[in-house]
Every structure is written in C-alpha cells, then in structure tokens.
Design a protein around this ligand. Structure first.
Ligand code: ATP
Ligand code: MG
Length: 421
C-alpha cells in the first residue's frame, strides 16, 4: 500500500463540513472588511523567500521544500504567504490600486518540519494582508479580523502583543540584547550561540527552557522604542480597547520572520497542547521595497486552519456538542424494478435541478438494504415505488425522522420544496 508522504494530511469527508464552516466564517468576515481573495502559485523561486522572509530564519534555513526544475531554476513549495502576495502585487502593479489594498488568502503551505500534533509538513492558513497605511488603526483592524473569526467560531484565544520597533530604534535594542546575552553566552543553547552572531532578536523566540529563563530577564523591546514607535504602540492599544478586544503585552513575542517592524502579535489557545499559537502576524513596512516594489507599508497575519480544527474539535468535545455534518438528503426513493428505477432517476433529477438534495438507489440492492441505506445517510423522507405505485399514481411518503406516513401522488415527489413541503 502506498502511503501519503510524512507530515501530510488527508482531510476526510467526515471532517470537511467543519472545514467548510471555517471557510464560510472567513469569507463572511473578510467580506465585511472589504478584503478580496488573492491566489498565487504553489511554488515560487526560492530567492523570493531568501530575500523576503530572511536568510537566517528557520523557514529558509531548515524548512523549505526546494526543487530544481529542468531549466536549472531553484524553486520551492511556498512556505508562507506574505512574500508571495508582495511578489504578486509588485509584479502585477497592484500598488496602483486605491489604498489601503486589502487582500486575503486561504490555502496550503509547505514546511519541512518534525511532524507532531498541530505541526505538519503541509498545512493550511487563512491569511490577511493590508497595504498602504502606517496608522495603528490599520494594525487594529487587521487584528480585529482574526479576533472576529476566532470568536465567531467559538475558539478561546488570548491576544499577545508586542512592538519590535523600526529601523531607527531597532539598532539600539539590538545592541542592548547583544550586550545582555553576550554576558550569558555560555548559558545559551548552541543554536542561540549562533543566533547571537547572526540574529540576536530570534533568541527571544527560542523554545529551550535554559534560553527561556535567560529571556525572562532580557531587555524588553518596548523599553527601547523611539517616540514614533511608542506612540504607534499606544495608539494600537487605544484602538483595540475601543473595539473591546482584550490583549496582553508580551515582550518575548518577536515572530519567526525577519520582515516584521513595529507591531507583532499572536493568538494563543490553551485548548490545543504544545503548538498553541493559532495565529501570528505583524507589520512589515520594508518588505515591498525589499522585493523591488515601491515604499509601501503592510500589516498581516497567518491563521493556522489545522490548529483551528484541533481547537474546534476539542471545544465540541468539552461542550458535548456535535461537529458540523455533511448535508442530508430530503428524499430517498427506493425503486423496485426497472420501470420504477427510471421513475426514481427522473424524479431525483428534477429535484436536484431545483437545488434539492435527493437520492435514489443506483446499485440494484434489495429493498431491505435500500431502507437501511436511506436510514444511514439520514434521508428525511423515503418513498418506495414499484409497479403498483406507478399504476395507481400514488405512494406512501414516510418521514424517517418521526415515523409519520402519508399518501401522496407520485407526480408531486419531484415538486418537493427544500423545506419538505
Ligand atoms: P510556530 O512557532 O508554531 O512554528 P510560526 O511562527 O512558524 O509558528 P507562522 O509562520 O507565523 O508560524 O504561521 C502562522 C500560523 O500558521 C501559526 O500560528 C500556525 O497556526 C500555523 N502554522 C505554521 N506552521 C505550521 C505547521 N507546520 N503546521 C501547522 N500549522 C502551522
Ligand atoms: Mg515555525
């Protein structure tokens, strides 16, 4: 038996109704915020992520699925969406559209990671990107989209917020960090010893407990912000408070991608174990220019659907609620004989044409087996049609939910309305 590649997921029919519900909520919410969907290629030039995400990030150093095409180009499966969106707006001149430019995507990404619960090599994200406004009200608007989607789905998640400053104040903070960690160099894990040289900010993101203890006392970004960044962060807080969105400032949030400036945030859920970050995002004011576009600022997030599904399943279990199920047919026709089979085919076709989910036997199984099947698929009504019914023009329509029966004209079966009338 050939099995799926390590770290990939089959999302089976029993689970897709839950995915559809998430997608419905995402589209409902983004519609109200004026965001349009964008689609981009499954693979891009590797250079896009090396430049866009940053050469010293985990994504670029360890997690890209790269492939060489037959023309000698180095391509990779997209590991994240922001660089793809930025490439697309630069390439297609979308920066000429009225600002702010508001885009979202709902798609799969690929990272070569150690698979575990909530961490896979192929995973899905709902992502939002807004370009062309520097104001903190834009950051708050983007954050409120993630917050609304999570709340509307009933997921409990805490918003953690930080500001990592801009190109003016970051160097001062950098220097303070290097000074602090250099004094504790021997206590750092091997990766962080390396990060101290290449990207000291990333030490704050280290998951090892030894580094974690050191980070607790490390200098905080928020204490090293320039006046503009401090005002921006304060305004973000005010905007969130105006929308009654609760948050806490967490100085350790720096995010794993190099392109962030000022605002960074995560939504954390306590319901899904170790991989508890359902959503992460931030501001990336230098990225469009870095990728050969105009000097256009941006803010966005990626919300992990796979982790969201885990949280929703856990919630439903805790509350004793059923998960969304696939649609059930309104009518099932059980035909006996060839004439009846054709009548059944004609009738369910007429109903389907009207947008009603109807079903009939197409396997030739026994009447008993058909009745069992009608029950199993959760049909609301069932009609058994044989030569007698065809000759008399009448049949019995049984409501399988409450057992009630009524005699109806067989020609009216194809006229059933979606609510069963
Ligand atoms: P983590 O620290 O958990 O690796 P990250 O910082 O790499 O996350 P982002 O690149 O910001 O994550 O992606 C945003 C969201 O996408 C994450 O919060 C998570 O919900 C989801 N996500 C990221 N990587 C994976 C993965 N390998 N499997 C499942 N979901 C993922
Ligand atoms: Mg990661």
């Amino acid at each position: 038996m050939i099995q799926k590649p390590k770290g990939t997921l089959d999302i089976l029919p029993s689970e897709t109704p839950l995915w559809h519900k998430i997608e419905d909520v995402v589209r409902e919410v983004t519609d109200c915020y004026g965001f349009s969907e964008i689609k981009f290629p499954t693979f891009e030039q590797s250079g896009l992520f090396k430049r866009g995400v940053g050469g010293t990030t985990d994504i670029v150093q360890k997690e890209m699925f790269t492939l060489d095409d037959r023309d000698g180009n180095e391509l990779c499966l997209r590991p994240e969406g922001t660089a793809c969106v930025v490439r697309s707006i630069v390439e297609n001149g979308l920066f000429n559209e009225p600002m702010p430019l508001r885009l979202y995507y709902l798609t799969n990404f690929f990272r070569y990671e150690k698979p575990q619960a909530g961490r896979s090599r192929e995973f899905y994200q709902f992502g939002v990107e807004m370009f062309g406004t520097e104001k903190a009200s834009a950051d708050a608007t983007v954050i409120s989209i993630a917050d609304t989607v999570l709340k509307r789905l009933g997921v409990n998640a805490r918003l953690n917020l930080n500001s990592i400053g801009c190109k003016n104040c970051r160097p001062h903070y950098h220097a303070a960090l290097v000074e602090y960690f250099s004094a504790h160099r021997d206590e750092l894990c091997d990766t962080c010893k390396e990060r101290l040289k290449t990207n000291p900010l990333r030490i704050l993101d280290c998951k090892s407990p030894i580094c974690g203890a050191l980070c607790a006392n490390a200098p905080k970004t928020v204490d090293h912000l320039c006046d503009d960044c401090r005002d921006h962060f304060a305004s973000l807080g005010e905007n969130l408070e105006a929308m009654h969105i609760e948050y806490s400032v967490n100085p350790r949030i720096v995010r794993g991608l190099d392109y962030y400036t000022r605002t960074v945030f995560e939504f954390i859920s306590d319901d899904i174990g170790a991989q508890s970050t359902v959503c992460g995002g931030g501001r990336y004011d230098g990225l469009v220019k870095e990728l050969d576009g105009p000097d256009l600022c941006g803010i966005g997030f990626g919300l992990g659907i796979t982790r969201l599904v885990l949280a929703l399943k856990k919630n439903a279990e805790k509350r004793g609620e059923a998960l969304p199920e696939s649609k059930k047919p309104l009518l099932y026709i059980a035909p006996m004989g060839d004439r009846a089979a054709l009548f059944a085919q004609k009738t369910v076709f007429a109903l389907r044409e009207k947008g009603v989910f109807a079903d009939c036997d197409i396997t030739g199984r026994s009447l008993k087996a058909q009745m069992k099947y009608a029950d199993k698929i959760g049909a609301q009504y069932c009609a058994v049609i044989g030569d007698n019914e065809l000759d008399s023009g009448e049949c019995e329509l049984k409501n399988l939910r409450n057992g009630e029966k009524e005699t109806v004209k067989i020609d009216t079966l194809g006229l059933l309305a979606p609510n069963g009338e």
